[in-house]
Ligand binder design. Structure first.
Ligand code: ZN
Length: 275
């Protein structure tokens, strides 16, 4: 299994420019580029610069993330979000990246049917923007009690209802564990619908209590990563595992130490699977 780096790991202690150099140095296969770091990068660099980097690097772009909280926005906010999508489409096309992550809203006290219809409406809107390209939208459910889509089942329900080849899911181990998503639903997930796999781990707090800052290096926590990876391998998933953490403690480290450790810890978990 190849290994990708999600820039959330160094959210507050590095830049895109620096992440690119360090991920290349430490042998990551892919990088998931965060929208905030991309915008910062483009203040002093061009899309052409990014393209030039990837044309001579071993490291390749895996995704652009994310269209955050894309549901239940007012029309002006949603139009601004579509501007972000346009930027991502332009960058993705230039650097040869084909996946854009979309994260639904939090704290929506509405019936599931209303949430589902709004999510479908907005996703269809994104799909109309990428029509005719080879880009894909990956919906990421968030395993928080107040996440509007917080289990794998619910995320599957949405993408299966739309049934579009350019729409799939992100499976994030932390979010899968965070609200007790079922292994049954993982078993029945079509491998064609699995666009990205986020690997992470967490402290031993109970599902429902866990938040992003409880994430720890893969292998250092309580998530049964082997069980999840085995389930993916059984269905023939051959994409990378992308390490994604949001731990403030790790942002205190030097960026290179973060990137080196992320690679080692993730590699160790994957190597354990082979034994
Ligand atoms: Zn994730």
């Amino acid at each position: 299994m190849k290994i990708a780096f999600n820039e959330a790991v160094t959210l507050n202690n590095s830049t895109l420019e620096n992440d690119l150099l360090l991920c290349e140095k430490h042998g990551f296969d892919y990088i998931e580029i965060r929208l905030d770091k991309l915008k910062e990068y483009l203040l002093t660099n061009t899309i052409e610069d990014l393209k030039r980097f990837f044309s001579s690097s071993f490291l390749k772009p895996l995704s652009l993330n994310a269209l955050e909280e894309f549901t239940f926005r007012n029309e002006t906010d949603f139009r601004l979000m579509k501007n972000d999508l346009s930027l991502m489409v332009e960058v993705a096309a230039a650097v040869g990246c084909n996946t854009i992550v979309a994260v639904p809203a939090f704290g929506i006290e509405k019936d599931w049917n209303v949430i589902k219809q709004e999510t479908i409406l907005r996703l269809n809107d994104f799909l109309s923007v990428i029509e005719g390209t080879d880009l894909r939208i990956a919906l990421e459910f968030v395993g928080y009690p107040h996440g509007s889509i917080n289990t794998l089942d619910k995320a599957k329900e949405v993408i299966e209802e739309i049934g579009h080849p350019q729409l799939g899911l992100v499976l994030d181990c932390f979010h899968f564990y965070g609200m007790n998503s079922s292994y049954e639903s993982l078993k029945t997930l079509s491998v064609n619908d699995l666009f990205l796999f986020h690997i992470d781990d967490c402290e031993g707090k109970l599902p429902g209590v866990l938040r992003d800052h409880h994430r720890v290096w893969p292998g250092d926590g309580v998530i049964p990563l082997e069980r999840i990876i085995s389930a993916l391998q059984e269905k023939g998933y051959d994409g990378p595992a992308s390490v994604e953490l949001f731990r403030p403690e790790y942002w205190e480290l030097d960026a290179e130490e973060c990137i080196r450790t992320a690679k080692e810890k993730t590699k160790n978990v994957i190597q354990r699977m082979k034994q």
